[in-house]
Structures are given as structure tokens and as C-alpha cells.
Design a protein around this ligand. Structure first.
Ligand code: ISE
Length: 336
């Protein structure tokens, strides 16, 4: 039996996932699209033959239109969608962030723990990227010695109107807050934000780029250049400094050209292409996990909560300066 997936939110990410499930994922189909904007809903429905349209998740649940839910709304709408989905006991793949605050994330955790096991997988897709996985294996193999520092570049050509300054942390650096501790096997203990000279090409409301410095419990120091007005393309790259070597991921690849006095390699323009294979792997593994009854196969809501705590520290550091500590609650056995 094919897994019937309801996709909530048919914006950029939701529309991309609808195409992905229809054309590239085995064992699943989009059975429902939940989107209040009629134009978006109609455009997305064309990519999901046979799907039903709803404006609210509750209506889709009442109609019994799905076996699982993929949440791809903007972050501020995650909590109101997660609640009814959990109430209905449905398996959920939720795009990052879990919710906007650690308090609302805790509320979600409490509801989830009324179920028999974790139902929410968080959409931290970098964990499914081949290069991030290879780097993680290198760290744990010890082949290059101990990891000392991580230098991360996170560059977007531009961001939409809806992107606010806090989103530098909660929508963008959120990825590093998840993936770097996962790579290094150690949690974030503090966050600091520095402001270099402002890019005059950035939207007026944004003071960026920013430099985020995080310290991990094992002493590894991480710097993240978060830059969302870089104009030329989408670049996410990391350099890891070890005792006996250096490792790099995220370099431009593909056709190399030498002509007219230049050497060129194509660069990505969006996360939808840079992480296309990672999104495919993430959704396929989630679908497979739900179909075998495991429900999730990837980061869970507790991971989302830890990231929410780092984000809160990051937003405080962004506004107030200084080094802001991140607390470390004990992982409950439910999320082991
Ligand atoms: C966006 O929401 C993402 O998740 C992208 O991966 C990130 O690069 C971008 O900065 C975010 O706004």
C-alpha cells in the first residue's frame, strides 16, 4: 500500500516536496494538499494528480485523507499544525524549525510523549547529504586526529520580503545549530554574534552579514559566516580543522570550463538544488520508516528542541551582544 501523504503548505519548499513525492519517492503519493492560498493550492495540485485540496489540516484529518503529514509551512505556523496532527496520532515530517520558541517546542514534546513513541521527524536535511555524512564518518574514525575547529560558510543570494532579522538565526543558522553538534558529537554550550561591516545591498531591515561563533562542550570552536545578500549564488561549505589534517565539503562541482581567459564551475542558486539529493534521501527514508512502522528515521523533536535552545541564545546574542550560554537539559528516554 502506498503511503498517503498530506503536504501542509505549498510555498517554495512544499511545492518542491510535492513534485519530489510525485516523481522521485517510491511507496508514497501526495493524497492531500493543505494550503489556504487558492492560487498556490491550484498550482501545486497540478503536480499531485488525484490529490484533495483543503485549507485547514483539521478538515483533511476529518476526511481521513492521509496516513502521514509533511509540514512545510513557514516556521511560525508549525505549532498550530503539529498539534492537530499529533492529536490524530499521525506520523509527521516537519520542516525546520520545530517551533519558534523553546517554550512552544516543549509543549509539542509534552503532547508527543502522550503517544507510544516519537512521531515527529525534523527536516534537518543536511544530515542526509553525502558530504556531511562523509565528514561525520571522518570525525568519528579519528583518522585525522581530533577535531579542533569548524569554519562554516552559509551564503544565500538574497532572501524573500518575509525574512526578518531574527531569521538569520532561527531560519538559517538553525541548520548549523543542528548539523555541527551532529558532526562533532558534542552539544553547543555558548553562542556569540559579531557584526562585520554591513552589506549595503542587504534589505534595509537586515544588519548583515553576521559572524556566529559557537563553542561546543568538547572545546571545538565553530564560526559561521551567515550571509543572505551575497548576490552570486547559494553556497554552503564547511572546513573542518583536525590535529593531522583539514577536510572540506560543499565545494562547487560539475563541469569545469576554461575559456575566454576564465576558469568556471557552475555554482548553485538555491537550497532546492544544492540539497536536492539530501531532501530526496530524507523523504525516502522517512516514507520507508513510516511504512515499516518505525515512524521516523532521522532527527526527532528533541533534536528540534535542543536547536530551539541554541536559537534562543543566538537571537539574544544578536540583539544584546556578549557570549550567551546554552543550557543542557537531559535527553528523556522517550527520545533516546
Ligand atoms: C531557508 O529556510 C533554508 O532552510 C535554507 O537551507 C537556508 O540556507 C536559508 O538561509 C533559509 O532561509
Amino acid at each position: 500500500e502506498e503511503l498517503r501523504v498530506a503536504v501542509v503548505g505549498a510555498g517554495m519548499m512544499g511545492a518542491d516536496h510535492i513534485k519530489r513525492i510525485t516523481h522521485r519517492i517510491a511507496g508514497a503519493r501526495v493524497s492531500a494538499i493543505v494550503e489556504p492560498d487558492a492560487g498556490r493550492a491550484e498550482a501545486a495540485a497540478a503536480d499531485a494528480p488525484g490529490s484533495l485540496s483543503f485549507t485547514r489540516l483539521e478538515e483533511a484529518i476529518e476526511a481521513g485523507a492521509m496516513d502521514a503529514v509533511l509540514i512545510a509551512t513557514p516556521g511560525q505556523f508549525h505549532a498550530p499544525v503539529l498539534k492537530p496532527a499529533l492529536e490524530a496520532g499521525l506520523p509527521i515530517l516537519c520542516e525546520k524549525p520545530l517551533t519558534q520558541t523553546s517554550e512552544s517546542s516543549l509543549e509539542i514534546l509534552e503532547r508527543e510523549q502522550q503517544l507510544d513513541r516519537p512521531h515527529i521527524q525534523l527536516g534537518f536535511m543536511r544530515r542526509f547529504d553525502d558530504e556531511y555524512q562523509a565528514l561525520r564518518e571522518l570525525v568519528s574514525s579519528g583518522e585525522s586526529g581530533e577535531l579542533l575547529m569548524v569554519r562554516a560558510l552559509h551564503r544565500n543570494p538574497s532572501v524573500p520580503e518575509s525574512y526578518t532579522e531574527d531569521m538569520l538565526i532561527t531560519d538559517s543558522v538553525v541548520h548549523e545549530f543542528d548539523v555541527v553538534p551532529w558532526l562533532a558529537g558534542s552539544r553547543v554550550v555558548s553562542v556569540e554574534v559579531k557584526h562585520p561591516r554591513r552589506n549595503s545591498l542587504a534589505p534595509e531591515r537586515l544588519r548583515e552579514p553576521i559572524l556566529v561563533i559557537m563553542e561546543l562542550e568538547n572545546g571545538v570552536l565553530v564560526d559561521v559566516e551567515m550571509n543572505v545578500s551575497v548576490q552570486f549564488g547559494y553556497q554552503v561549505a564547511t572546513e573542518a580543522v583536525f590535529e593531522k589534517g583539514i577536510a572540506r565539503i560543499g565545494q562547487p562541482s560539475g563541469l569545469q570550463r576554461w575559456d575566454a581567459g576564465f576558469f568556471r564551475v557552475r555554482e548553485h542558486e538555491s537550497f532546492t538544488t544544492r540539497f536536492a539529493a539530501a531532501y530526496d534521501a530524507q523523504i525516502q527514508r522517512w516514507v520507508d520508516a513510516v511504512r515499516r512502522g518505525d515512524l521516523i528515521d532521522g532527527p526527532n523533536a528533541w533534536d528540534g528542541y535542543l536547536v530551539a535552545l541554541s536559537c534562543e541564545a543566538g537571537v539574544k546574542a544578536l540583539h544584546e551582544g556578549g557570549i550567551v550560554p546554552v543550557e543542557a537539559p537531559e535527553r528523556p528516554a522517550f527520545y533516546a
